[in-house]
Write a protein that binds this ligand. Structure first.
Ligand code: ZN
Ligand code: ZN
Length: 447
């Protein structure tokens, strides 16, 4: 994408900023320096900036006449991972986590890419105000990895800061070839729920079961019975995973304890299925406690909750058409992802449609070689790996252009006959890419 003149104007500072962010990652809810950098840059571009939204969140608003309002979102947090990429700008930082433990920290999920790309797009949009009208809202959210950053921004009055929004858009750098962009209508990321369940028995000597209500047997019955929820209650066409990942009870072989604690994790792609499984878990646990003669009701505690991400069909079709117009054969289909995200908490709270896409971050030659050898899963590091480090280019150029192209699909005024650019061509005038892609019928863009 060396032919994109507008990208040339930002590439210098953007790459430098990206390496700086990568070298100085911050854990969830601790994104203070990142947020300050974001706020300062947005102000320099001419945005109205709100800081400290939901903790360390930053919102930049650029009003440019009348028109639609587009929300673009990037997440800012890093992970407690010791970087092992060997890069010259690798993180060597450690920090103190919420439990007070010293821990290494790394941008192992690529959120530094997201921040650099959204700042780049915000700059390009500010510099090309003659080509669009409306309102651009740039949301930099904390704590995606904890699943509560978006919700905290909502609870802190995000809606009042951004006004009416027509559409919300977000992207994630993923372990496929850099320069490639992947979209998917409908379900894309799972909802995740973690739950801690405490069930109560009555303790006694191991030789006197008649005096006890054994929480180990009770917990075991619950674990077995929970296996029937997905296999016997959920339709086979609906993906769902229910895992009891932890079970703790008792202290000694000849002592019957008085309680057991189970921790489970649930993944679903559909709100109705999610609620169905949660209801089933509750029903089974309560009933098994009754069956055992448990002296007290069980206790349920949910944590690390992520909403499902389900891309709006029309919004995805609009973005896909704009991408195909701008990037041609670089655009492909994204598989259903088992991971989870909290981005959708923003559009769900604002009551607006959304779409979420992937951009590749792996050196294209490295990826092609791994693919040819049938060794993608062995040779290509995934997000959250200590070896995950997107190549700087074309990752940043692509991830910046996608945001601009997608935003202009709603905001752009520089209408141009669709199909003017040959299929497969690189974008030549980002951010001047026009809104004509929205002219392409939605039925033409999903194959
Ligand atoms: Zn992550
Ligand atoms: Zn991530």
């Amino acid at each position: 994408m060396d032919t994109v003149p507008a990208l040339d104007t930002i590439r210098g500072w953007q790459e430098e900023l990206y390496r700086h962010l990568h070298q100085h990652p911050e854990l969830s809810h601790q994104e203070h320096d990142t947020a300050a950098t974001v706020a300062e840059r947005l102000r320099s571009f001419g945005y109205d900036v709100h800081e400290g939204v939901g903790g360390t969140g930053v919102v930049g608003v650029l009003q440019n006449g009348d028109g639609p309002s587009v929300l673009l979102r990037a997440d800012m947090d890093a992970l407690p991972v010791r970087e092992d990429t060997g890069l010259g700008y690798a993180s060597t930082e450690t920090t103190t986590d919420d439990e007070g433990t010293e821990t290494p920290v790394m941008h192992a999920c690529g959120h530094d890419v997201h921040v650099a790309c959204l700042l780049g797009a915000a700059s390009l949009m500010a510099d090309s105000r003659e080509r669009w009208t409306g309102r651009l809202v740039a949301v930099f959210q904390p704590a995606e990895e904890r699943g509560d950053g978006a919700r905290l921004m909502v609870e802190d009055g995000l809606a009042g800061l951004v006004g009416t929004v027509d559409v919300a858009l977000a992207q994630h750098v993923l372990p496929f070839a850099a320069g490639t962009i992947a979209t998917r209508p409908g379900p894309i990321l799972s909802a995740a729920d973690s739950m801690r369940i405490t069930v109560h028995g009555r303790g006694a000597h191991g030789s006197a079961p008649q005096a006890a209500i054994d929480p180990v047997v009770l917990a075991a019955m619950i674990v077995v019975r929970l296996q029937t929820v997905v296999s016997r209650e959920v339709a086979p066409t609906q993906p769902a995973v229910l895992t009891v990942g932890s079970i703790h009870a008792g202290t000694k072989s000849n002592v019957i304890g008085d309680h057991a604690v189970l921790e489970l994790n649930l993944r679903t792609y559909d709100d109705a299925v999610r609620q169905q499984v949660l209801d089933a878990i509750h029903r089974i646990v309560v009933a098994e406690c009754q069956a055992s003669g448990s002296p007290r009701p069980p206790e349920f505690e949910t944590f690390d909750r992520f909403p499902a991400t389900t891309n709006d069909e029309d919004t995805t079709a609009t973005v896909r058409a704009a991408f195909e117009e701008a990037f041609g054969e670089q655009v492909t289909d994204l598989d259903l992802q088992a991971a989870s995200e909290d981005f959708s908490d923003l559009p769900n709270a604002l009551g607006v449609p959304y779409t979420y896409w992937g951009v590749g971050g792996i050196d294209p030659e490295t990826y092609a070689a791994a693919e040819a050898a049938g060794r993608v899963s062995q040779d290509i590091p995934t997000n959250h790996s200590p070896f995950f480090a997107p190549v700087v280019q074309p990752t940043l150029d692509t991830g910046t252009s996608t945001l601009v192209v997608a935003a202009l699909a709603w905001l752009g005024t520089d209408a141009r006959p669709s199909g003017a650019r040959p299929t497969g061509a690189q974008p030549t005038d980002t951010p001047a890419t026009d809104a004509s892609a929205t002219d392409v019928p939605a039925t033409d863009v999903r194959t």
